[in-house]
Design a protein around this ligand. Structure first.
Ligand code: SF4
Length: 362
């Protein structure tokens, strides 16, 4: 991302003389103490002749959006075992990709992943394009992923900014403009510090600093290589940054119906577009501002429905969902009967699994 000259903050001007030292100290710290991750080519790996695999890096970056390294790693390994190349992923059935993704959430991401793989197979001869601008045109690849892939895989001098980087940069400058509005401002403050000679290592180093030293709570400032220039450290209040506008998540309510028979549960497929698109769910009501007053009117068929003791609660990015769960024994009904023991073979999101578990408990 080009750095917008013109309106330059005073803190930015104060920091500029420190830029060479900020870069060299961070890279030296990364060389000795940066994280080893399964998809990462560390400097010593590169010295031994290894190169970043764009497919593996891309998978990791898409999976790591909104989840942690320990949670994403087994999924990343499973994808690479099942589909070792982008062509093999492109040739897979979408339902198989969604099933392998189940548990990572944000299923639009899995559909875009598959779409992107097919585009790379069909329009790019199975090779990822090699510039930030070209990567940005692919489905599911946003500014952060494009900048990261271009820097790590193709050595392009980009400005990699994720949540970790925003936090470090906000503290370094004691920048109090609140997120999310200050995203552009923080990216602008990050850009002149980015190292053009080792862009991939620099970006990964800064993300590591945010993940392991400059953590949201209890940053380890005495052991931070940037403390010499950090304004929030000097002021003694790093945890005050970044400033965030607090939003209350609205709650939406609904009811679902678990019809069970012979070790199986009846599910239906959600429409391909939208939230949890293409995934399997229990039949249920729409989601509204209150629980439905007469939920049994919406039951998929007449049965002796029993209400479970407690609702299932699930947090999405923009709202929380509370679902009453009704259960009944019996067969029949339209949909897909899925055996409890084989649920991992089907594209079943965590929300549906939670509701099934609730029905089984009662
Ligand atoms: S000195 Fe502290 S607040 Fe500043 S960048 Fe380092 S860890 Fe973060």
């Amino acid at each position: 991302m080009p750095y917008a000259e013109g309106k330059v903050k005073r803190s930015d001007m104060n920091l500029r003389p420190h830029i060479p030292r900020l870069r060299s100290k961070l890279l030296a710290w990364y060389d000795s103490s940066g994280r080893t991750l399964p998809w990462r080519i560390r400097p010593e790996d590169r010295d031994a002749g290894e190169q970043a695999n764009p497919y593996a890096v891309w998978l990791s970056e898409i999976m790591l959006q909104q989840t942690t390294v320990p949670h994403a790693t087994p999924y990343w390994e499973a994808f690479l075992t099942k589909w070792p190349t982008v062509r093999e992923l492109a040739d897979a059935a979408q339902d198989d990709v969604l099933a392998a993704w189940a548990g990572l959430g944000y299923y639009a991401r899995a559909r875009n992943l598959h779409k992107c793989a097919q585009l790379i197979r069909d329009q790019y001869s199975g090779e990822f394009p090699q510039t930030e601008q070209a990567l940005l045109k692919l489905p599911g690849i946003g500014p952060y992923t494009a900048a990261t892939m271009a820097a790590i895989c193709f050595n392009e001098a980009t400005n990699i900014v994720d949540g970790n980087v925003e936090r470090v940069i906000a503290r370094l400058h004691a920048e109090d403009a609140p997120l999310p509005k200050s995203k552009k401002l923080l990216a602008g403050l990050a850009a002149p510090i980015a190292d053009p000679d080792r862009p991939g290592d620099y970006g990964q180093a800064l993300m590591d600093l945010g993940a392991t030293i400059c953590t949201p709570r209890g940053p380890d400032c005495p052991n931070c290589v940037w403390s010499f220039a950090c304004q929030a450290f000097k002021d003694g209040n790093p945890e005050d940054y970044p400033v965030k506008i607090k939003k209350n998540r609205p709650i939406r309510y609904g009811a679902v119906f678990a019809l069970m028979h012979d070790g199986r549960v009846l599910l239906r497929k959600r429409p391909d577009d939208g939230l949890l698109g293409g995934m399997l769910e229990l039949p249920g009501t729409d989601w509204g501002d209150a629980y439905p007053e007469t939920p049994l009117m919406f039951a998929p068929m007449k049965r002796n429905w029993e209400k479970c003791d407690a609702p299932v609660k699930h947090v999405f990015t923009h709202f929380e969902l509370w679902l009453e769960v009704f259960r009944a024994e019996g067969d029949g009904g339209a949909g897909l009967w899925v055996p409890f023991d084989d649920m991992t073979d089907y594209p079943i999101p965590s929300l549906t699994k939670k509701a099934i578990l609730q029905a089984l408990k009662n």
